[in-house]
Design a protein around this ligand. Structure first.
Ligand code: PMV
Ligand code: MG
Length: 336
């Protein structure tokens, strides 16, 4: 059995969404990791990130996959040892020559593992249950993110995500059973956005890795009420503009959230990300950093073939690699 999980990139609302009740718009990235799962005499896990395989004995590299498996067993109200055993092989690392793309690796791996086990045990899990199980694993392990990434990856769609009180959920995780935590209303909202835009979506890779957890620690103290209010306004504007297919408003909102991020903290826009953004000047397009910034990927929305071409050329000249060019078309079911 084979399943897949893709990546994600923040279009708007990054950093603000760390505060419960704030919203972000996050785009699914059709670059997929694949998991193959089959019956085996005992549990074996193998990822193409590492040159060895593991079982369930503690292993630093496989810890996140192992935790996901243990929580999945708990979800089935069984011990992992009492479940039919499997061999799980994961491939499609989201990196090149050891430098990650920054499109969602840990969230993608957790979701991929959950989907693989659901397929193996013949469970039809909703995207919402997959999200909650993944967020449970990440929060329990101490992830300091908003979980917007897993919301997007679980739905594999463009989503509007409103964040929840993670401290509250963490205290439930500490004191209550997994079943009882999953049954509760966490207070988040995940809404897939049906975009009415015909647009080229470009992902530019800076080839400089940035760690989200460290960027969050660095920037968190700068988050202020002005930034939160203005960002929330622009996220709503962007959502409305996507739904209406209003490209002018889309460009305005992306430019506004980008400015807010640039003013929030100097670490967000690295030199490469500044070049990535400037490449859209004078074109029918808008470009910005994505997520925690400091490196990884930035993105652009382009509204004409000429703009797409010039933008890609400018990126190339700046040493930014065009990792993905997706022609998002409203009349094309596949959107690819
Ligand atoms: O850099 P990324 O793609 O992991 O995005 C991080 C987005 C933040 O808002 C800064 C953190 C979060 O988890 O919401
Ligand atoms: Mg990042």
């Amino acid at each position: 059995m084979q399943v897949q999980a893709g990546g994600k990139l923040y279009l708007a609302g990054e950093y603000a969404v760390l505060v419960p009740g704030q919203s972000a718009i996050i785009k699914n990235i059709p670059i997929y990791m694949t998991a193959s799962v089959k019956v085996a005499p005992e549990i074996v896990i193998q990822s193409d990130m590492f040159d060895y395989q593991a079982g369930l004995e503690p292993d630093r590299h496989y810890a996140i996959i192992q935790q996901t498996i243990l929580h999945f067993a708990d979800f089935l109200q069984k011990r992992a040892a009492d479940l039919p055993a499997f061999s799980l092989a994961i491939s499609g690392k989201m990196e090149r020559q050891g430098v990650k793309f920054g499109i969602g690796s840990s969230g993608s791996v957790v979701i991929l593992t959950i989907k693989a086990l659901a397929a193996f045990y013949h469970l039809d899990l909703s995207a919402d249950t997959v999200f909650k199980l993944a967020a449970y694993t990440l929060l329990k392990k101490g992830d300091n993110g908003s979980m917007g990434d897993v919301a997007c990856i679980a739905y594999d769609d463009l989503v509007y995500f409103t964040s929840f009180d993670r401290q509250q959920v963490k205290s439930w995780i500490k004191n209550e059973s997994l079943q009882s935590v999953l049954q509760k209303d966490w207070g988040y909202c995940i809404e897939p956005i049906k975009s009415a835009l015909n647009v080229d979506f470009l992902v530019g890779w800076t080839k400089e890795a940035a760690l989200s957890s460290e960027m969050i620690r660095l920037v968190q103290g700068a988050i202020n009420p002005y930034f939160l209010t203005r960002t929330q306004e622009q996220v709503q504007e962007l959502k409305r503009a996507f739904l209406k297919g209003d490209k002018t408003k889309v460009k305005e909102a992306l430019t506004a959230v980008s400015r807010l991020l640039q003013d929030l903290h100097p670490a967000i826009y690295s030199d490469k990300l500044l070049l990535l953004k400037q490449a859209a000047h004078g074109l029918d397009a808008a470009a910005k950093s994505s997520g925690s910034g400091g490196g990884d990927c930035g993105l652009a929305l382009s509204f004409s073939p000429e703009a797409t071409k010039i933008l890609s050329e400018r990126w190339q000249a700046a040493g930014i690699e065009l990792l993905l060019l997706e022609h998002v078309r409203t009349n094309d079911e596949s959107k690819r």
